[in-house]
Design a protein around this ligand. Structure first.
Ligand code: CIR
Length: 254
């Protein structure tokens, strides 16, 4: 899929109070804003026109826009985020997404789904079952996607926070994967770039047209991707990692 646009949202001052399971400390806000700016530049360098939404103080995790929608070529799906403190983030998306899409679908309670659990592989989607995405939410998305001719596979997660915490599709039948996805039957038909335990955080990378954006500081992954022929852009993600956020979480690409 060729991407032309992205939506991002600036981190709010309340970002420091967001959800996290990491023990990496409290984010440095100034640095988070700087890194967010560099992330936007990376998206632009990869050729995207970027819509930057203003920070929303009411929702500390709202910079992680990926969880609020699933954007396909044929329709947009507004999700129903599984964390109570984040659920209201979709209200802003209901305002923003119609600027770009005529056809909009919704995940509805008792179905819950975070966009971070959804990976597109051409016209097929993988949907992770996680602490944020339940069977009902995954089934709703699968049936919505089916209406538009897309297939879907539901993948129960064992350890990863979100599906895309540990896997990314690079096009050309190639996946970057780590942890519980190594050796998984669900992904055995793919060419695989395997990321070791130490570098697991870098399995959450994003391919945009000719570029792959990866977090800074993972030289082995950078080398593997460069050797596989990808043009790599690095972004320092330290202040987003502290709140369990990966590269993909910071944008919606379409
Ligand atoms: C949360 O717990 O929801 C945020 N602190 C991090 C969300 C990261 N999003 C993602 O992996 N797609």
């Amino acid at each position: 899929m060729i991407f032309t646009r992205a939506i991002v949202k600036k981190p709010s001052k309340s970002y420091v109070n967001g959800l996290t399971t990491s023990d990496l400390g409290t984010p440095d806000l100034e640095l988070a804003w700087k890194q967010h700016g560099e992330y936007i530049e990376a998206l632009k360098k990869a050729g995207l026109k970027v819509t930057v939404l203003e920070a929303d103080e009411q929702f500390p995790d709202s910079t992680f826009v990926e969880d609020t929608a699933v954007l396909t070529e044929k329709c947009a799906v507004i999700t129903n985020p599984g964390a109570a403190s984040r659920n209201g983030e979709i209200e802003d998306m209901k305002r923003v997404i119609p600027q770009f899409y005529e056809t909009i679908e919704y995940i509805e309670s008792p179905g819950y789904l975070d966009g971070g659990d959804v990976m597109q592989v051409d016209d097929h989607y993988y949907i992770g079952l996680s602490a944020r995405t339940n069977q009902e939410g995954a089934e709703q998305l699968k049936s919505i996607l089916g209406k538009y001719g897309y297939g879907a596979t539901i993948v129960p997660l064992k350890e990863f926070f979100h599906l895309k915490t540990g896997i990314a599709y690079l096009g050309n039948n190639t996946l970057v994967l780590a942890g519980e996805f190594i050796g998984s039957d669900d992904f055995k038909g793919f060419k695989q770039i395997v990321v070791g335990k130490e570098d697991e955080y870098s399995a959450n990378c994003i391919r945009i047209n000719d570029h792959v954006i990866i977090p800074k500081g993972f030289d082995t992954t950078k080398q593997q991707l460069t050797e596989a022929g990808y043009s790599v852009i690095e972004c320092d993600m330290s202040e987003f990692r502290k709140q369990d956020g990966g590269l993909s979480c910071l944008s919606l690409r379409f």
